[in-house]
Design a protein around this ligand. Structure first.
Ligand SMILES: C[S@@+](CC[C@H](N)C(=O)[O-])C[C@H]1O[C@@H](n2cnc3c(N)ncnc32)[C@H](O)[C@@H]1O
Length: 281
């Protein structure tokens, strides 16, 4: 192991510095991530089942005016927890995109077993290439905030193109309030095997808050057996209503509506999350 490189990595990184390895698509980590998605008792990777039930109900009744013929695109669909609920509510044209092969394969197995007609695509949504294809696109569980400015604008442009005229993009983001009690922290743990690695490893965990940009970083450096180390940076760009409005308007969206979450709960000042409906012209 290159100890000088490791020490360098323990210095606060430049904003939006990339991880040295991708956690969502890693063969081992993605299996543990799938377990987290499917655990009904934690909000770690997906929200709890009652929340998802409320969310698809809102999408059907409010966003789609109960028209189950609407074509829906779920970006970062994970193991299909929303897509399968939407299909069970009667939607017959649902597409889920995710770059985790493990999650997509699980989603496909579930759809086959439950005889649900859902189109799953294993793809990076930053290479999305649909045109005028969907009435509704969703990106749920604050994944928008992990993107840097260039990626974010690229995704918005791809989503805009993928929507039909008057189509709606629904997504959620964290607000700066989520980190109101933030303190920079450093901890380390030793594990005989766990979430990050199947064998003995050390985890060095750090949290940073980039006050000017209102960006949070949760960083885990994993030192495993027989390997160098990997750095996993989980970025979170937080947004106020003013900031997200200007980003969306620059991308061409209009008629913005704001809620507290993707169940359509009324917007509350100082909430940790905001959800947005943004319409294509
Ligand atoms: C926080 S999880 C949310 C999953 C799902 N929306 C839910 O709420 O149950 C984020 C998901 O986005 C996927 N993801 C992250 N970046 C992606 C990208 N660039 N392209 C496609 N999928 C991505 C991950 O694999 C993961 O399944």
């Amino acid at each position: 192991m290159d100890i000088n490189r490791l020490i360098d990595m323990t210095i606060q990184p430049e904003i939006f510095e990339k991880s040295t390895s991708q956690m969502w698509t890693d063969g081992y980590i993605s299996r543990n991530m799938l377990k987290a998605h499917l655990d009904p008792n934690t909000d770690a990777a997906s929200r709890k089942p009652y929340f998802m039930d409320d969310s698809v109900k809102w999408i059907k009744e409010y966003i789609c005016s109960n028209d189950v013929g609407k074509q829906i695109l779920d970006l970062g669909c994970g193991p299909g927890l929303y897509t399968s609920r939407l299909a069970r509510l009667g939607f017959n044209s649902v597409t889920g995109v995710d770059f985790s092969r493990c999650s997509i394969e699980y989603a496909e197995r579930q759809a086959a077993e439950q005889e649900l007609n859902i189109n799953y695509v294993c793809q990076d949504y930053l290479s999305l290439d649909y045109t005028n294809s969907f009435d509704v696109a969703v990106l749920i569980y604050c994944d928008f905030g992990v993107l840097n400015e260039v990626e974010r604008n690229d995704l918005l442009s791809r989503v805009y193109t993928s929507l039909k005229p008057q189509g709606k993009f629904i997504f959620d983001i964290f607000t700066p309030h989520k980190y109101r009690n933030h303190v920079n922290s450093r901890t380390w743990t030793s594990n005989q095997g766990g979430f990050w690695r199947p064998t003995a490893h050390l985890c060095l965990d750090t949290n940073y808050w980039y006050a000017q940009e209102r960006v949070h970083l949760q960083q885990t450096i994993v030192l495993g057996e027989n390997e160098d180390f990997q750095v996993y940076n989980i970025w979170d760009q937080t947004f106020t209503i003013g900031k997200i409005s200007s980003v969306l308007k620059s991308a061409g969206f209009e008629d913005l509506e704001f809620y507290t979450d993707v169940t359509g709960r009324e917007y509350e000042e100082e909430s940790d999350t905001i959800s947005i409906i943004a319409k294509k012209k």
